[in-house]
Write a protein that binds this ligand. Sequence first.
Ligand SMILES: Nc1nc2c(ncn2[C@@H]2O[C@H](COP(=O)(O)OP(=O)(O)OP(=O)(O)O)[C@@H](O)[C@H]2O)c(=O)[nH]1
Ligand SMILES: [Mg+2]
Length: 445
Amino acid sequence: MLESLRSGLQGAIKKLLGSSVVDEAAIKEFVRDLQRTLIQADVNVKLVLTVTESVQRRALEEKPIGGMTRKDQIVKILYEELDRMLGSEQALKLDRSKTNVIVMVGVQGSGKTTTVSKLARLYSKKGFKVGVVAADTFRPGAVTQLKTLAERIGVDIYADEKEIDSIKVAEKGRKFFEGSKNLIIVDTAGRHKEEKSLLDEMSNIISKVKPDVNLLVVDGTIGQQCYNQALAFHKVSPVGGIVITKLDGAAKGGGALAAVAATGSRICFIGAGERVDDLEEFSSTRFVGRLLGMGDLKSLLDMAKQLESDVDEKRVQRMTSGKLTMDDFLFQFEQVNKMGSLKKILDLVPGLAGNMKSEDLEKAEKNMKIWKSIIQSMAKQEREAPDVINATRIRRIAKGSGRSEKEVRELLSRYKQTKSLMKASKGREFRQMLRRAGGPGALGG
Ligand SMILES: Nc1nc2c(ncn2[C@@H]2O[C@H](COP(=O)(O)OP(=O)(O)OP(=O)(O)O)[C@@H](O)[C@H]2O)c(=O)[nH]1
Ligand SMILES: [Mg+2]
């Protein structure tokens, strides 16, 4: 689905991740790649500019959080901005304890009838008792089409081929199923002489049938034109939700999604195929995650936030001013250990987890246990100013912790290395260092 948009976005990300430095020029190039990709997907130019301007501004201004690198941070920003462009979580809420009525509206050929059967299937699977109503009295063959589909998925249908008034069919269908079903889906006609008569009929049906939700079905292949279509329907009668169909192979699908979201309507479902199972409940978070080729990005972001809140600024100040105690040193490795759980999530994200190998993390974890026991055998003064630790003290500490003198010396040399690194970087790169500490060879190597 949306192959070109996906490959364009992922291409831009790959290029960014592969660049040697993330400076203003690299960010601007990234933004240009994004613009090209979004415009090709028929996203409205103004919208493209708004989105990419915020990506650029945030990428230049914001500091990476938690154990993220600058590059990860920029990908995260892109993710958040696309997510925002597509609206938020928009699931349709139906009440199982009553009879819910959904009326489908939309222009001819947008996919209403197909979507009726897809929805019937989806909600049957969720345990709803579903009945569908064939209220398209306009197009010859419409009733047969729905009958065939309903039969295929084993859902009851109400149809009255002698009735030419679609509103009457809808009302009768509702009465017919009331009491025995908890979801009634009404298919309506899309074929009309002109748009105005279609809109009139729609508003008539809605005012008479009073559905819980009227779902507008729009064809995703028309791209940003969806904006005007959604607005036109919305003006006549506020739409309760939108289904965007034909996103399979629609080069302009990205534009359609963005356009619909821009009207302020909620996108509830997306259709990506002609088969009855090709319907998906829309979640922008999940959707953007997939577009960018990422797994469970939300948990990744939550974890990064958690890491950030754990970093105590006072400690960072102290550590980076060159006063590194053994406890700070241990703290640093505890952070790395947390990165181990972060890694599990990072693994879902191609490109981000790149240099974290699980053997390295295992090694880090093992070292941390050893070092912790050694540090616990140190006197308070030794922990706070490890420079006082001479050969005699090393012998005593080794004995006390049950570790070898060699291990104590290793810890001390690692400590000194870290201290000078901290001092040299003046804390600028402290967080990246936390992250890098999880990389190959950085620990106990
Ligand atoms: N590829 C693809 N085709 C779809 C999708 N949804 C619907 N279609 C196709 O689009 C065509 C029109 O679908 P219908 O469900 O008949 O559209 P409609 O809105 O009911 O049309 P009218 O009743 O004439 O107003 C059919 O050939 C469907 O198979 C989709 O998500 N992907
Ligand atoms: Mg139809």
